[in-house]
Design a protein around this ligand. Structure first.
Ligand SMILES: *Cc1c(COP(=O)(O)O)cnc(C)c1O
Ligand code: SF4
Length: 336
């Protein structure tokens, strides 16, 4: 049952973005939590390296007083981030060397990935891009022109993936100018947008965005990123409904995270909730081994056990593919 599918008024999302919580003490106060839950050590240092950023609507889906809330865990800087753990590096999937100055990453056959921006509306502590030198990799419009020329010159590419960062944080003007230029490249058949904004800042799906997707000349695939069923509240359902009504194909990718969603029950509920909003589960990623995120890692044996449970309880189309990103591999590597 869809609750509503009206998009938001144009531009309201900018206020929600500007109002995001960036102060750790304020976040704790909103959730009625004591600073002691952060544990000893250099949490402030963790914040300095990768600042806190959480939209208020996402905070509103957390349970006050619960320091183990699965949504809070994803955004709360932890002292464990400062620990050096063998095997965890600042460039775990080897992408740094592959992204060109204009943001183009030609790693996947047939698909060109464009790092459209380095910015995100939320900062997820487990993100492999937390060490990405975004300032260098966020192209200006001139850079997009170079990337687009390179894509146009490669006859094997028929899909462009807008990634980031979060491409939907771009203004409508920049986003539509970029996408309209992509649509003019004759061999491109699909546009894909990887974004967490419909989940963490659903107001982004406003009338302008929905109208633009509906009118876009190519099929649009939107891959959202939700890790836990609690992330999907009525505001998210409304935004996803608007995307679906605009004709977008909706998929979800999640990351398997210790203390967040490392249970068959949670992932089963996530798949069902996604389906209720018109979204099919696509990938379940094993954590990229990025330094500062070791405390989120779930072992491969446990991951396979969880997948067995999911297969036993869900129709096949609601079971995500368990994958891992391996440096140098031309695609994701299936784990099961
Ligand atoms: C895996 C991945 C891709 C390629 O995805 P496929 O669905 O395998 O084509 C693109 N962008 C990001 C960020 C990815 O993680
Ligand atoms: S790229 Fe995605 S996972 Fe990483 S911080 Fe941004 S929204 Fe979170």
């Amino acid at each position: 049952m869809k609750i509503a599918s009206d998009p938001w008024p144009v531009g309201e999302w900018r206020q929600h973005l500007a109002a995001a919580v960036r102060d750790l003490d304020e976040l704790l106060e909103l959730l009625e939590l004591d600073a002691e839950i952060l544990g000893p050590g250099a949490t402030a240092q963790a914040c300095r390296r990768f600042p806190l950023r959480v939209p208020r609507g996402f905070v509103a889906r957390m349970h006050p007083g619960d320091s183990n809330d699965p949504l809070l865990r994803q955004v709360l800087p932890a002292s464990a981030e400062d620990e050096e753990v063998a095997g965890f590096t600042t460039n775990p999937v080897g992408e740094l060397g592959l992204v060109r100055g204009d943001g183009l990453l030609s790693k996947y056959h047939g698909r060109a990935l464009l790092v459209a921006t380095g910015a995100c509306s939320v900062h997820c502590r487990y993100c492999f891009r937390r060490h990405f030198p975004y300032e260098d990799e966020s192209p200006d419009d001139r850079g997009f022109a170079d990337a687009l020329a390179a894509i146009a010159g490669d006859a094997t590419v028929d899909e462009v993936i807008l990634s980031g960062g979060d491409p939907l944080i771009l203004s409508d003007h920049r986003l539509t100018a970029l996408a309209d230029n992509i649509a003019r490249i004759p061999q491109i058949r699909r546009l894909r947008i990887h974004t967490r904004m419909p989940v963490v800042l659903p107001q982004r799906v406003d009338e302008a965005l929905a109208g633009w997707i509906a009118a876009y000349p190519l099929p649009v695939v939107v891959v959202i990123h939700a890790n836990h069923p609690n992330e999907i509240d009525d505001t998210v359902i409304r935004g996803l409904g608007a995307l679906e009504a605009a004709g977008a194909t909706l998929l979800n990718q999640a990351v398997l995270l210790r203390g967040v969603n490392d249970s068959a029950e949670v992932l089963e509920a996530l798949s069902k909730r996604l389906f209720d909003c018109g979204v099919l589960p696509y990938y379940l990623h094993l954590l990229d081994r990025v330094s500062g995120a070791a405390h989120f890692e779930v072992g491969e044996d446990r991951a396979l056990e969880i997948m067995d449970h999911l297969r036993a309880r869900l129709p096949g189309y609601l079971v995500p593919r368990l994958v891992r990103e391996i440096e140098g591999a031309p695609s994701k590597t299936a784990v099961d």
